[in-house]
Design a protein around this ligand. Structure first.
Ligand SMILES: *Cc1c(COP(=O)(O)O)cnc(C)c1O
Length: 450
């Protein structure tokens, strides 16, 4: 039995690595970790493993402390070429938006005070003015994400009433957001009309009765139905709603304020168009194609927005001061006509194929490794522009097998997330922020050297 060779708790604590830890962290926590590690080791030794020395127990405790005290989520480099990558935190903020959030967080702010009068104010006032300007809507309200915006809208307008949805739009966005489920949660009653591929105005019209609360449209953000299809436009639905006294709600999803066609992409429904069509309430996210923080935005008719403001869920879903500050700043980029330069996702989307290639060439010139530059396509991703891609160039790594290489890249500091295509590991410069080039190339050298 090797049990007697196990180091004691005191012996481990006397190791220089532990002394360094104890200078920073709570003694009871560190001692507890040492005890727990020694308990685990004892079980392993009883099962026949060799007894570890003091050094290796100390290292393992240091590693646990390191892992637990690293801020999470941690920064990673997105070399996948997917601009809005949900697993990687969707849209990175502009420098100014980040500074605004930091200012709001580091001190006190006029969050709910009108500085001119010194009286209580609304945290929404500033944002509402910007959103009215940018979308043409009469009124606006911001909550903490689009899923809660839609749930709030349906709860306030459709609880106990029937809500008409086209069968083609009873969609799931992912992450548990399904229109029929959200509707049920709001207390509304789903009335689905039309078929999966074709829905006509008369389908809606025939379903309207005295208990109809709303007609809801939702953008199929992450799939596309092609071929023999027919859908009812917002304009047609608004006209029907006006005749029959039923409000139209439209979940446009990505919150694209720009003209996507200008960048060679398909048309993405914009909040402005929805407002112009006369839709009662339009819902969208803050951290997709808007390029700001996580937020859910509602714009539309004043009386409808007011019903949402008065609903108890508005308080439950309210947006925090940091997101508020960064969202306001992001929106001002659009007013200043500097969205393409300042908002990271629009800088990425508008980057020309040649400029991406030039960056790939620059990377290659700094790598002493077997790499090549290959043509590829960057995806927009993240519940917007389904299937749409941009022509791009990537650095293809040749190495010890794609899986192993991807694992090594994830071990870099910061971790590098790449993409595998036909067994090759590709790094697309489009989604790598310029200031990340240095750290990424250092990581690559390490990963390729193995
Ligand atoms: C992304 C998306 C949502 C969910 O938005 P979150 O901001 O992630 O809550 C809802 N509806 C549509 C159409 C979407 O594309």
């Amino acid at each position: 039995m090797q049990l007697r060779n196990l180091p004691s708790v005191d012996a481990v604590l006397a190791h220089p690595d532990m002394t360094a830890l104890l200078a920073v962290y709570r003694r009871d926590w560190v001692v507890g970790l040492v005890r727990r590690r020694l308990d685990e080791v004892r079980v392993a030794v009883r099962a026949g493993a060799d007894a570890p020395d003091t050094q290796s127990v100390a290292w393992s405790v240091s590693r646990t402390v390191g892992e637990m005290t690293t801020p999470a989520p941690q920064r990673v480099i997105n070399a996948t070429g997917v601009v809005i990558h949900t697993n990687l935190g969707r849209a990175p903020l502009s420098e100014a938006a980040m500074q605004a959030a930091a200012q709001a967080a580091l001190g006190y702010s006029d969050l709910e005070m009108d500085i001119t009068t010194g009286r209580r104010g609304s945290r929404q006032a500033h944002l509402q003015a910007l959103l009215r300007e940018l979308t043409g809507a009469e009124a606006a309200l911001v909550v903490n994400n689009n899923a809660s915006a839609v749930l709030l809208g349906l709860s306030a307008l459709a609880a106990g009433k029937e809500v008409i949805v086209s069968r083609a739009e009873a969609i799931e966005i992912g992450g548990g957001f399904r229109i029929p489920d959200v509707l049920r949660q709001s207390g509304g009653i789903l009335v689905d009309v039309g078929t999966t591929n074709r829905t006509y105005v008369r389908d809606y019209s025939e379903a309207i009765n005295e208990n109809t609360g709303a007609m809801v449209k939702a953008h199929a953000s992450n799939f596309r139905v092609e071929g023999f299809t027919a859908a009812v436009s917002s304009e047609e639905l608004v006209e029907l709603g006006r005749e029959r006294g039923v409000p139209v709600l439209n979940d446009v999803g990505s919150g694209c304020l720009m003209d996507c066609e200008k960048y060679g992409l398909a048309h993405e429904p914009t909040p402005q168009e929805s407002v112009a069509a006369g839709v009662g309430l339009t819902f969208f996210s803050g951290d997709k194609l808007l390029g700001g923080p996580q937020a859910g935005i509602v714009v539309g008719k004043r009386d409808l927005v007011q019903q949402l403001e008065r609903h108890p869920l508005a308080r439950a879903f309210r947006i925090d001061k940091m997101s508020l500050a960064s969202l306001t700043t992001t929106l001002t980029h659009y007013l200043k006509r500097e969205a393409e330069q300042e908002i990271p996702i629009w800088r990425m989307i508008s980057a020309s194929e040649q400029s991406v290639r030039a960056r790939a060439e620059q990377w290659v010139s700094q790598l002493e490794a077997p790499v090549e530059i290959v043509p590829t396509r960057s995806a927009i991703g993240g519940g917007s522009l389904p299937g749409e891609t941009l022509p791009s160039w990537a650095v293809a790594l040749d190495g010890p097998g794609a899986d192993l290489l991807m694992r090594r890249l994830r071990k870099c500091d910061p971790p590098v997330i790449a993409r595998v295509e036909t067994d090759k590991v590709l790094l697309d410069p489009r989604t790598v922020l310029p200031e990340e080039d240095g750290p990424m190339l250092r990581g690559l050298c390490f990963a390729l050297a193995g």
